[in-house]
Design a protein around this ligand. Structure first.
Ligand SMILES: *Cc1c(COP(=O)(O)O)cnc(C)c1O
Length: 232
């Protein structure tokens, strides 16, 4: 597993070189969903401090059990009634796709007197199976969420389609980057477009070439996932 981490880091460095980017500008998030704390600790001891989880309960549990200098990324769909378990634990919530959800996060942040960083999740390929705001509605959502207290929009997130050939997703990464540039130009108060969270095991190098600042790699670090307790 440490070998995988090294390999992914080297690949990131090479992709940065190809794209003329500084590798310090790309953050690797180790997506540890379904994996036991023992494996996360191995990654931690190997220097990993950024972990991504997609379930509230799993994130909370691992947050309690793991060292406190970790930055946790909530990358999965977030229900409003579970917001209270994430605010104060996740360093960045990647999956905000409605004003109602943003409002709930803001309310909870105010209550806990915390400042919360969020990303707006965009359904970049318009897939029915995916969460995320439509590309054409993203700006409106950002304008609305920007007005809310104690939350800060740091950028955009997208989950590209599952494809065999990462080249097929390059177009979507370009689209998301372009959207972030367009929004940045509007200079909206309380909106940063410094974070572009895109790219997974199958396509993170292409995503970096197109401007990703955060890549979310699970399988490439921890191996295949098994969902033993899930009903099908
Ligand atoms: C699971 C997951 C990943 C990681 O996927 P891999 O293909 O295993 O790298 C990245 N982003 C999100 C939102 C995920 O749910």
């Amino acid at each position: 597993m440490s070998k995988n981490l090294d390999l992914v880091s080297r690949n990131i460095a090479k992709a940065c070189e190809r794209a003329g980017r500084d590798k310090a500008d790309v953050t690797l998030i180790a997506v540890s969903k379904t994996k036991p704390v023992s494996m996360l600790m191995e990654a931690y001891r190997h220097g990993c401090r950024q972990f991504g989880e997609n379930k509230v309960q799993e994130l909370s549990q691992k947050y309690e059990e793991m060292p406190k200098d970790i930055q946790w990324h909530m990358i999965g769909h977030l229900q409003r009634n579970k917001v209270k378990y994430v605010v104060g634990k996740a360093a960045l919530i990647h999956s905000v796709d409605s004003l109602k959800l943003a409002e709930e996060i803001s309310r909870e942040a105010v209550k806990k007197q915390l400042e919360v960083s969020i990303l707006i999740e965009v359904n970049i390929a318009n897939e029915e199976s995916k969460y995320g705001v439509a590309l054409s509605d993203a700006e409106k959502l950002i304008h609305g969420a920007a007005l809310l207290p104690n939350i800060h929009i740091q950028g955009l997130m997208a989950i590209a389609p599952y494809v065999e050939d990462p080249e097929e997703n390059r177009h979507y990464f370009t689209l998301l980057k372009q959207l972030s540039v367009d929004i940045k130009q509007k200079n909206i108060d309380n909106v940063n477009m410094n974070v572009l969270s895109m790219g997974m095991t199958g396509d993170y190098l292409t995503a970096i070439e197109e401007g990703a600042t955060h890549v979310r790699v699970g399988t490439g670090i921890f191996g295949e996932r098994h969902y033993p307790f899930q009903d099908i």
